[in-house]
Design a protein around this ligand. Sequence first.
Ligand code: NAD
Ligand code: ZN
Length: 247
Amino acid sequence: MTIRHAAQLIGGARRGLALTGAGVSAESGIPTFRGVGGLWTQYDPIKVASIDYFMEDPSAYWRVSKDRGRVALAARPNAGHHALTALEASGRLIAIVTQNTDGLHQDSGSRSVIEVHGSSRTVQCLDCGNREARGDVQARLDLEMPPRCKLCGGAFLKPTVVLFGEPLPQAALQQAFALARESDVMLVVGSSLVVYPAADVPLVALRSGAQLIVINAEPTPLDELAAVVVRGKSGEILPEIVDLIGG
Ligand code: NAD
Ligand code: ZN
C-alpha cells in the first residue's frame, strides 16, 4: 500500500523536509494556479501577476488581487496543514519550504517555515518602503483604487509576494537548498513541480541521497524519481499518514 510505504519512510526520517505548493491550501478554499479549477484557466498569470503589469497599472493589478485577498484572508488551515505541523512537532520534519504565500502553515502552528515566494500577508510601499498588514490595505480597497501608502501617499503598494519578473528572496532559497542537501526524506505536497527554482529543491535532496515522496492530485514531472507517489488530496492523505505513524 502506497500510503503505508509513505508512512514508513516519514516515520523513519531523521531529517525530513517538506516542500509544499498551492495544492495544500486548495482544501482551505484558495484556488491553485494550475490543475483542475486553477486560476490559470481564468487569467493569464504571466500578465496579471507580473511586476511589469503592476508597475504599469497598479489599479488593474489590485482589481484582480482584491478578490483573491478576500478569500486568502478568510482562509483557515486544513487537515493537511495540521498534519504537517504534527510531523514537525514529533521530530519527523525539520522544516517546510513553501511556495505558498498565504501564511496557513504558520497559522497551523508550524514553526520552521521557509517562504520562497514571499508572503501575501504584508504589503510594501515601493516608494518609501513602509509595510502594512494586507488586511488593513484590503479594507481600503473599496474606498480607493489603487490603494495609497499611508505614510507617503505613493500609489505603488505591492504585496510582499514574488511577482513574475522579480528575483526570489535569496536567503530563503539558500536555506531551502541547504536543508535539502541535509535531508533524508523529501516530502513534496500539492505542487505541480514546474515552477523553478523551487522545483529544484527535491532534485537537490534526491542528489544528496534523500528518498522522495510525492503527494499530489495530479502527476508531476518528478513522479518517476520518487520512492512513493500518492495521488489524491493532501487534506485526506497527510492525516492518514500521521495516524499510521502514530505518536
Ligand atoms: P500550482 O498551482 O502550480 O499546482 C498545484 C498542484 O496541486 C497541482 O498539480 C494540483 O493537481 C495539485 N492539487 C490541487 N488540489 C490538491 C489537493 N487538495 N491535494 C493535493 N494536491 C492538490 O502550485 P505550485 O506548484 O505551488 O506553484 C504555483 C505558484 O503559485 C507558486 O509559486 C505559488 O507561489 C503560487 N500560488 C500560491 C497560492 C497560495 O499561497 N495558496 C495559491 C496559488 C498559487
Ligand atoms: Zn510610502
